[in-house]
Design a protein around this ligand. Structure first.
Ligand code: LLP
Length: 415
């Protein structure tokens, strides 16, 4: 993690000491590196070379408006999955005209909001949804731009909870159904079929499933074109994995180059929807050791971040590296790094070799994606602050939540 590195045994983000951030802003907090975010985006953009393309950052990975704004300024489009995410994009200065709307259960209000905002495309996932969208567009006197999301039925070889492109999954329609729908476009006078879309899963560490999926999409595209349909873009979804520990995902450059090579014959604009690979390794979760607890069975490091702050370990048994902010040479123990939440599943890491004292700070690495965006208030824990470092500058991009905010909308009964 080049932007998160040690200087004289102390962990820095860019030119700022994490200890300084912890002391000044408190813990737990998420800390992001502007340089890392920028480099990741530019790696995608550069790898497309002369190919006409649009990178649609998957907002769900991290939806802080400072991060959306940063990507918008770099030219990014967005992949959203709710009306709320659309509002975030707009508030952050993102371009709705570069925004695609995915998801199996779009609400009519969200469809209206997106039609009003003139988004680039709805990625439609069922015939039922298409019928509703056609009706809403008709009522509003609009034409809705649509890609069907095709479920290419390939095995993404990732965690079953985040695999989406198998025919058993709830996502998309089979290619045969897509073909039938594209042949009956006259049934949907308020829809303009502008693209083809797929997304097969997340945290993929091999190229093969991507290539299989893009091959299937290419075949479908050719079939549709031979039937006279004009398609404007091909959206290949997101899903490129990152290195959490010893994974060896393809580089951004190799991934994009492979997609471009696999779709060499496609004249249309290529869209991709990366989330994790843009933000995952650009952020950490900074936490403080509250107590060390040594029992006959185990050594626990009880820290002030918990499963409500970073749900991935509890939910997927995901591995995040945990690094000491201050390295020291004293003897290491095998720690269970756990939070204050009242569940055995509340852990950030098992069996981590660390040398610790009360009050030490730890950095939970690779926490920029699906960290803050999946956090909750379980155990009435205010959500963490978020901080962006830019060279030697520290910007607070989200204040720590207060307990009052948590209860503000609740009411007791009158009697
Ligand atoms: N496009 C669509 C339609 C998606 O459903 C997703 C992610 C993406 C793009 C972005 O995928 P990425 O490039 O980030 O892999 N919470 C899980 C990950 C869930 C991913 C859901 N969809 C985790 O923490 O691992």
């Amino acid at each position: 993690f080049p932007e998160f590195d040690y200087r004289n045994n102390e962990l820095f983000v860019e030119s700022v000491s994490l200890k300084q951030i912890a002391r000044e802003f408190g813990t737990p907090c998420y800390v992001y590196s502007r340089a890392a975010l920028t480099k990741a985006y530019q790696a995608f953009d550069a790898a497309f070379a002369n190919r006409e393309h649009l990178i649609c950052y998957a907002v769900k990975a991290n939806s802080n408006i400072a991060i959306l704004n940063l990507f918008a300024r770099l030219g990014s489009g967005f992949d959203i999955v709710s009306g709320g995410e659309l509002q975030r994009v707009i508030k952050a200065g993102g371009d709705p005209g570069k925004t695609v709307f995915s998801g199996v259960g779009k609400h009519v209000d969200e469809m209206r909001m997106a039609l009003n905002a003139n988004i680039l495309c709805f990625n439609v996932e069922s015939e039922a949804e298409l019928i509703v969208l056609n009706q809403i567009a008709k009522d509003m006197g609009k034409i809705a731009p649509v890609s069907l999301r095709v479920n290419p039925d390939v095995d993404a070889k990732t965690h079953p909870y985040i695999s989406t492109g198998l025919k058993e999954n709830k996502f998309g329609v089979p290619a045969s159904v897509a073909e039938r729908i594209y042949q009956s476009t006259q049934q949907y006078p308020h829809i303009r079929f502008t693209g083809l879309d797929c997304h097969i899963g997340s945290q993929l560490t091999e190229l093969e499933p991507f290539l299989q999926a893009s091959h299937k999409m290419l075949n479908l595209l050719e079939t549709l074109q031979s039937q006279g349909l004009s398609i404007e873009h091909l959206d290949l979804g997101g899903g490129l994995g990152i290195r959490y520990t010893d994974e060896t995902p393809p580089s951004i450059k190799d991934y994009v180059s492979a997609l471009c090579a696999g779709t060499r014959t496609v004249k249309q604009r290529l869209l991709i929807e990366p989330g994790r690979s843009l933000v995952g390794n650009s952020g950490i979760l900074l936490t403080r050791v509250e107590y060390l607890k040594h029992t006959s069975a185990r050594d626990f490091a009880i820290v002030d971040a918990a499963m409500n702050d970073l749900m991935r370990p509890a939910l997927y048994d995901a591995y995040h590296a945990i690094l000491p902010v201050q390295q020291n040479a004293s003897e290491a123990r095998n720690y269970q790094v756990v939070g204050p939440v009242c569940e055995t599943g509340d852990f950030l890491g098992h069996d981590r070799k660390l040398s610790l004292n009360d009050g030490d700070f730890l950095a939970v690495m690779s926490a920029g994606a699906y960290g803050m965006s999946m956090s909750s208030n379980y155990n009435t824990r205010p959500r963490a602050a978020e901080i962006m470092v830019d060279h030697d500058q520290i910007h607070i991009i989200r204040q720590r939540e207060t307990i009052d905010q948590l209860m503000a909308d609740e009411r007791v009964l009158p009697q």
